[in-house]
Design a protein around this ligand. Structure first.
Ligand code: DGJ
Length: 719
């Protein structure tokens, strides 16, 4: 026994080939302006990741690199750590060996795509590793395509999008998790030997408990402006899994992909499986730079209408819930006009007749207007909106059904629900089976029929309030473990059809708050609702969390009556750091507050290009004390805006010494800026003062105090 252990240990210590220098047959360098990923073909024909780090000026130097760890580790061979790929074959052989076959590099929008084809010399299966390098933004995408070239079906047991390896004395993982109304809280831990997994098994409302992104600091915890940090996220609107494994030699492997949980996937002869995109950036100047890389990339290449404008809005959810009628909505449309926003958004509760949607217990699935609430249909509302000069948006939740609905009565076979079991409901509803093409047609038709009947609907809020419960599909019959994956693919098929027919139709991605927040969905949705929690204090934390990966432009932020101890100004200022909207009645506001809000909408419209399209700098972290501050700098550095918040001083803090200045960032050091406080409660503007960019980024501004729930907005204009 002892002998076996000793032999095994000896074998393991020899295992990683990182000590050997690359006697490379082939070296493939994937580069952005600042980052390089170097892959080397070893003498044995297998592919190794030799390097991921700062781009080296002379590419020839990469030849001196040690070989590194296998780039796409497979199950069943001599490396015992978590594999990227595990194939089960018809003859019972569960192993795969991949050797290099060929590679190609082609130009694509924003950069270059490298495809490396690997194949099993015995079993003929092929794996193509795809890497897209976005040169200027220093962002990379990685995914794999697995093709069954055997004569018999194969079964994929594990199928990661990407495997990256690192070697550093310390690794610190920051993850973002929470719950409904408390999304994206940051926690950091050091990783030691062993495995840490972050995953979700919720299916539809997949990100309810955890966001699909993480940060790994190398060596020491990265700060906003210093430290080496990898930020990664998976573009998949379903179950994901990130695995972080530190091995016996201190190497860290990061595997990202679809969660293989209950998802063994059969591939018939000739079929391919494309894994979702893992998107990452590596910064050596801290988390702030990493975020800005991703924000730039997202606006330019990923998000639907990423470079376009966004509409401010008035939503009725918080002010009416299900209790409204035509008159109330017409009043609210008038109020949207009064606020000066671009659109009125009608939320949940407008549909269902046999089972009118007067609460969340019934009606989902029956998308016709409730006659006694809206006797003249949506048409009367779009007409009123037109008259007032605002756009009209509508809430839908087309993937779901209430058991109390005509749809459920007619099409139980379209519902994901288990035979021979009592149904379990999440928010009194069930999920429709989008793996079924008939259900895909139905969901597409919800949008298509509404748009055909009411072409003036200018926007949809697409909600999704339930995870997949009672998992079983009538359609998938003998392939139940395809359902989680085929569901997401079915959803994309529907969204592709909507995008093809209505290319300019904006939609908000929503899943009971931030239950869906991934970059693949954002190809179809220009914006997303990150949380139902609109308490401005909580929102400072939530928006801080999402901003690590997503630009302000995609984060909808609404002013509501949550936390009335915060002034209207404080609540509005927090919402101004995202895509501004309101979700309250005019009578929730005093005349003074209403005047303030109208001014704020004007200020926001003026500063939108800076906030939504500029560079974001997180200046003071709410996690570090009583305050928070964030600034946005226009791309040409002519305009900037700083939002500073005093959140919660403890008793007696007001007697303490004055607060530290907020040190600004991202300005032109040699320029002079005129600095003014704007967006004041009494609608006045502060006295203009001039400072050099250098001064502002070295000495900073006294924007913080020990007052409770006080905010300041400062506009900077280059002279
Ligand atoms: C959950 C969403 O997050 C809310 O904004 C609202 O649309 C409700 N659903 C409606 O049911």
């Amino acid at each position: 026994m002892k002998l076996i252990t000793k032999t095994l240990l000896a074998a393991l210590s020899l295992l990683p080939l990182m000590g050997n220098t690359a006697s490379a047959k082939e070296q493939i360098v994937v580069e952005t302006e600042n980052t390089a990923l170097v892959l080397t073909v070893g003498d044995n024909g297998r592919l190794y990741q030799s390097y991921l780090g700062k781009r080296i000026a002379n590419a020839g130097d990469y030849a001196s690199l040690p070989l590194g760890l296998e780039a796409y580790l497979t199950h069943g061979m001599e490396d015992y750590y978590e594999p990227a790929l595990h194939i089960n074959r018809a003859d019972g052989n569960p192993s795969t060996l991949l050797t290099y076959k060929s590679h190609s590099v082609t130009a694509c929008k924003g950069g270059k795509e490298t495809v490396i084809v690997l194949a099993d010399p015995v079993y003929a299966d092929e794996v193509a590793l795809h890497f897209v390098a976005f040169e200027k933004e220093n962002v990379l995408k990685a995914w794999s395509v697995i093709t069954n070239k055997e004569n018999k079906p194969i079964e994929l047991e594990k199928f990661a999008s990407s495997l990256l390896s690192f070697h550093s004395p310390h690794y610190y993982l920051t993850q973002y998790n929470g719950n409904w109304a408390s999304e994206a809280n940051a926690t950091t831990q050091e990783l030691h030997f062993g495995k840490k997994e972050i995953d979700t098994k919720l299916g539809t409302r997949a990100n309810l408990f955890v966001s699909p992104f993480f940060q790994i600091s190398l060596g020491a915890p990265a700060t906003e402006n210093s430290g080496e940090v990898l930020v990664g996220t998976l573009g998949w609107t379903g179950n994901f899994r990130f695995t972080f494994e530190v091995d016996n030699a201190g190497y860290l492997r990061v595997l990202s992909g679809i969660n293989p949980y209950f998802s063994r996937y059969r591939l018939a002869k000739g079929e391919s499986f494309t894994t979702p995109e893992f998107i990452f950036t590596l910064s050596r100047n801290g988390k702030g730079e990493a975020s800005r890389n991703l924000h730039d990339w997202a606006r330019r290449y990923q998000v639907k209408d990423g470079m376009g404008d966004r509409m401010t809005l008035l939503n009725n959810w918080e002010s009416t819930y299900f209790d409204f009628n035509e008159d109330k909505l017409i009043t609210l449309i008038g109020e949207a006009k009064e606020f000066g926003v671009d659109m009125f958004l009608l939320d949940d509760g407008w549909f269902g007749n046999k089972y009118p949607r007067h609460g969340d217990t019934q009606g989902l699935g029956d998308w016709t207007e409730t006659a006694n609430k809206l006797p003249n249909g949506i048409g009367r509302l779009t007409e009123e909106a037109k008259k007032q000069g605002v756009k009209f948006g509508l809430w839908i939740e087309p993937e779901m059904v209430n058991p109390k609905s005509e749809l459920y009565e007619k099409h139980k076979d379209w519902v994901i629900t288990l035979p021979n079991r009592e149904e379990y409901y999440f928010r009194n509803q069930l999920v429709l089976d989008l793996s079924n093409p008939k259900v895909q047609d139905y969901v597409f038709n919800v949008v298509d029929e509404l748009k055909t009947k009411y072409p003036d609907i200018a926007f949809f809020k697409w909600d999704c309030n339930s995870p997949i419960t009672n998992i079983y599909s009538v359609y998938e019959r003998n392939n139940q473990n395809h359902l989680y994956i085929d569901y997401v693919r079915g959803l994309y098929k529907v969204l592709d059809r909507i995008a093809a027919k209505y290319p300019n139709l904006p939609m908000m991605l929503c899943a009971g708050g931030g239950g869906r927040t991934d970059y693949e969905a954002l190809k179809y949705f220009p914006e997303m609702w990150v949380s139902d929690d609109t308490d401005p204090v909580e929102r400072i934390f939530i928006q801080w969390g999402y901003s690590q990966v997503f630009p302000a432009k995609v984060q909808c932020a609404h002013v509501t009556t949550w936390n009335k101890s915060a002034s209207a100004k404080f609540r509005v200022n927090v919402a101004m750091m995202g895509k501004l909207g309101f979700d309250l009645n005019l009578h929730d506001l005093s005349a003074k507050d209403l005047a303030y809000c109208k001014q704020a909408v004007k200020n926001y419209n003026r500063l939108k290009p800076v906030i939504l399209d500029g560079d974001q700098y997180r200046l003071v972290s709410p996690y570090e004390g009583d305050h928070a501050a964030t600034m946005y700098v226009g791309k040409d550095k002519r305009k900037a805006v700083v939002f500073a918040f005093d959140i919660f001083p403890r008793y007696g803090r007001e007697f303490e010494k004055p607060q530290h200045n907020v040190i600004l960032n991202g300005l032109d050091a040699n320029a002079t800026y005129e600095v003014r406080e704007i967006d004041r409660e009494d609608c006045t503007v502060g006295e203009a003062k001039s400072y050099s960019g250098d001064y502002l980024m070295t000495v900073g501004l006294p924007l913080l105090s020990y007052n409770r729930l006080r905010s300041k907005v400062v506009e900077l204009t280059r002279k």
